[in-house]
Design a protein around this ligand. Structure first.
Ligand SMILES: C[S@@+](CC[C@H](N)C(=O)[O-])C[C@H]1O[C@@H](n2cnc3c(N)ncnc32)[C@H](O)[C@@H]1O
Length: 274
């Protein structure tokens, strides 16, 4: 692929520094390999002819800058992603939170919302949805707009239904949505328990105290220092005996918070002990 070497390491640093100074978005702690890949992808997709022009557009065109943020953050997601994780959530985590009068859940880096609707379905099946509130946040406002609509391609429903069943779901998955042309519109009682809001894990503070925080497949794009900083943010936002869930390739091990947490079996779920 010819575009692979279009943007150099030095140019990547130049863009990171521009964007921080001009827009306040801090990508300095993002892992360079993936960032450079995404920059090169955008450069090629938009048929940029020179780095100077690419840089000028990012720095001077706010609409293009929005596209830049959308394109350099990876938004891939799915419903009931890693079904075993949802099985652990259903069988171990949520039942233990079920004794609380109110359950506040933070989904950090929720992308287009598939994770939020999956969570709401499990809560509903455990009869906990009415006392739960799901705060779903992301750096990227465009994905949040999609998430708030609760509509996903109908073509994905077969895969999502299989994930749901593998995760321990026993209902007819299609009872959770109505088909509308090529889209599946999820039931509004699921959406009613979600609050979508922009939140930048690099620069924004904690905004509440939670019993459960999910941040799956986000830290993987950050370097070690930024991962540790974000884990501290979660630690400060989690109640004692609350749970923190990460993605399959992520861990709290070796981070400053790790000594206060106990891992649940082999799952990527940790419980805050002190
Ligand atoms: C690969 S998706 C993961 C979605 C979902 N959690 C899952 O596991 O399927 C990563 C998400 O993290 C978001 N993200 C990246 N940097 C972020 C930041 N600094 N603050 C908040 N969200 C961020 C991206 O916009 C993207 O939607």
């Amino acid at each position: 692929m010819p575009y692979l070497s279009a943007i150099t390491d030095e140019q990547t640093e130049t863009l990171i520094s521009d964007v921080l100074q001009l827009y306040g978005y801090d990508f300095t702690g993002y892992s360079r390999a993936s960032l450079k890949r995404r920059l090169n992808r955008l450069y090629s997709l938009d048929r940029q002819v020179s780095f100077a022009e690419f840089r000028y557009k990012i720095n001077n065109d706010s609409v293009y800058f929005k596209r830049f943020v959308e394109q350099i953050t990876v938004n891939v997601t799915e419903m009931f992603r890693d079904p075993n994780f949802y099985k652990a959530l259903r069988n171990k985590v949520l039942p233990s939170l079920g004794t609380y009068p109110f359950i506040r859940i933070w989904l950090a880096g929720c992308s287009t919302g598939e994770e939020a609707y999956s969570m709401a379905i499990v809560l509903q099946e455990l009869n906990l949805l009415k006392k739960a509130l799901i705060y779903a946040t992301d750096i990227n406002p465009t994905v949040l707009e999609k998430a708030a609509q609760g509509m996903f391609p109908l073509s994905q429903m077969k895969q999502y239904s299989e994930n749901y069943i593998e995760s321990g779901g026993t209902k007819d998955f299609s009872s959770y949505y109505s088909a509308n042309y090529s889209l599946a519109k999820f039931n509004s009682e699921l959406r009613d328990k979600m609050i979508f809001s922009t939140h930048n894990l690099v620069s924004d503070h904690s905004f509440n105290e939670f019993q459960l925080i999910l941040c799956r497949n986000v830290l993987i794009y950050f370097d070690r220092d930024l991962q540790y900083k974000v884990l501290q943010l979660f630690d400060g936002s989690l109640e004692k005996l609350g749970y923190l869930a990460l993605g399959t390739k992520e861990t709290t091990d070796f981070s400053p918070i790790s000594k206060r947490y106990v891992r649940l079996d082999t799952d990527k779920i940790w419980r805050k002990m002190v």
